[in-house]
Design a protein around this ligand. Structure first.
Ligand SMILES: Nc1ncnc2c1ncn2[C@@H]1O[C@H](COP(=O)(O)OP(=O)(O)OP(=O)(O)O)[C@@H](O)[C@H]1O
Ligand SMILES: [Mg+2]
Length: 359
């Protein structure tokens, strides 16, 4: 697992809307292999069934073995393209709720159950390939927790690849923190810390409760989805990877993730541990405190990288107020910043999630 090189050796595989953080991978040192995974066409009489299999995909095999070991496979439903077209009024513009580097997300209503869902249609010519699609379906079929988004099902009709998730009515943390529209109220301190706590619990489940542990590799504000009460759920598991087991301290992998969130030691060495996720969590935590993006190319040079900008301030508690998001408008005391400083100090390499998130 881990050689997803051809999906993202090119920096164009990125977010079209934002100026900042973007998904990437190291340039491959060798030409891409033709590793396409075949997903069998779906039968007409659709029944819930386990996620798709692949004979030549080690990632999928590893995840499946983990699944049979755990006995917690929950069948994802399969959908035809027609069903999802109906659910989203033929992918009408008014149903569009978001767009990432790999495709568009629509709000829809399933005809049979009446369930409201989010349907992600992967770009057919895009860089998210079958392998990431498979990993996402398998991971979310195996992993179930209140702080992970629920996968309702998927569609692999012909060359169409769609993922159907529970609908999260408040969208992503990014929408509320970094892409704030004038009619949206800025997030209060309490909500920010509640979101951080939910995301941390999602990670804790992946790292400490899932067996074998799962490294998420895509912790960022656009992947933290919110319900009406600001309960947070992690989404997008296409980059997730099984963590080290036994005596091993890390797994080696081609560097994947998003600029600005990726742990420097992983970026340097390709050695992946659960701590790489903890680093990314620290970056999200810093975004919550400052209201600034991990990478923001619209700012002055020395402020474009959030971690580099904030790091000198960590060493001087008296300067903590400089970090506070101006939109908190005094709703953030020095004591709160000092205690939350534990959270973002983990943006130093090799941290662990702190236990003290101050509500
Ligand atoms: N289950 C969902 N419920 C509600 N909105 C969603 C759901 N999934 C995604 N969205 C919305 O769609 C947007 C795009 O999500 P998507 O995962 O495609 O891209 P991204 O995370 O922004 O970027 P990237 O492609 O780099 O991961 C999200 O930011 C969110 O606003
Ligand atoms: Mg996402």
């Amino acid at each position: 697992m881990g050689c997803f090189c051809w999906f993202s050796s090119n920096e164009k595989n990125v977010d079209r809307r934002r100026n900042g953080a973007r998904r990437t991978a190291q340039q491959p040192a060798y030409p891409p292999r033709n590793d396409h995974i075949h997903i069998a066409p779906q039968p007409k009489n659709r029944k819930p069934r386990p996620p798709p299999e692949s004979n030549d995909n080690k990632d999928a095999r590893d995840h499946k073995e983990a699944a049979s070991g755990s006995g917690h496979v929950m069948a994802a439903q399969t959908f035809t393209f027609r069903e999802l077209a109906m659910a989203t009024k033929n992918f009408r513009r008014e149903c569009l709720i978001g767009e990432g580097g790999f495709g568009r997300v629509y709000k829809g209503k399933l005809d049979k159950s009446g369930q409201v869902v989010a349907v992600k249609q992967l770009d057919r010519n895009g860089l998210q390939g079958n392998r990431e699609f498979l990993v996402e379906v398998l991971m979310l079929s195996l992993l179930h927790h209140q702080n992970l988004v629920n996968l309702v099902g998927y569609c692999a009709d012909g060359d169409q690849r769609l993922l159907v998730y529970e609908y999260m009515p408040m969208g992503s943390l990014e929408d509320h923190l970094l892409d704030l529209t004038p009619e949206r109220k800025p997030l209060e301190w309490f909500s920010r810390m509640k979101i951080a706590l939910g995301a941390a619990k999602g990670l804790e489940y992946l790292h400490d409760k899932a067996n074998p542990p799962v490294i998420y590799r895509d912790m960022k504000s656009s992947n933290i989805l919110l319900d009406r009460f600001f309960n947070a759920k992690l989404s997008d598991f296409g980059l997730a990877k099984l963590g080290p087991v036994g005596d091993k301290l890390h797994v080696s992998s081609r560097v994947m993730g998003t600029y600005g969130y990726c742990a420097p030691e992983y970026q340097r060495t390709g050695q992946l541990t659960v701590k790489s996720d903890v680093y990314s969590f620290g970056v999200v935590f810093l975004e919550l405190i400052t209201g600034r993006r991990a990478i923001d190319t619209t700012r002055r040079n020395n402020e474009q990288n959030l971690v580099s900008w904030a790091q000198p301030v960590f060493k001087e508690p008296s300067r903590y107020p400089e970090l506070a998001d101006p939109l908190l408008q005094g709703g953030l005391s020095c004591e709160r910043l000092e205690s939350s400083g534990c959270g973002c100090s983990h943006v130093s390499p090799g941290g662990a999630i702190g236990s003290s998130i101050d509500l």
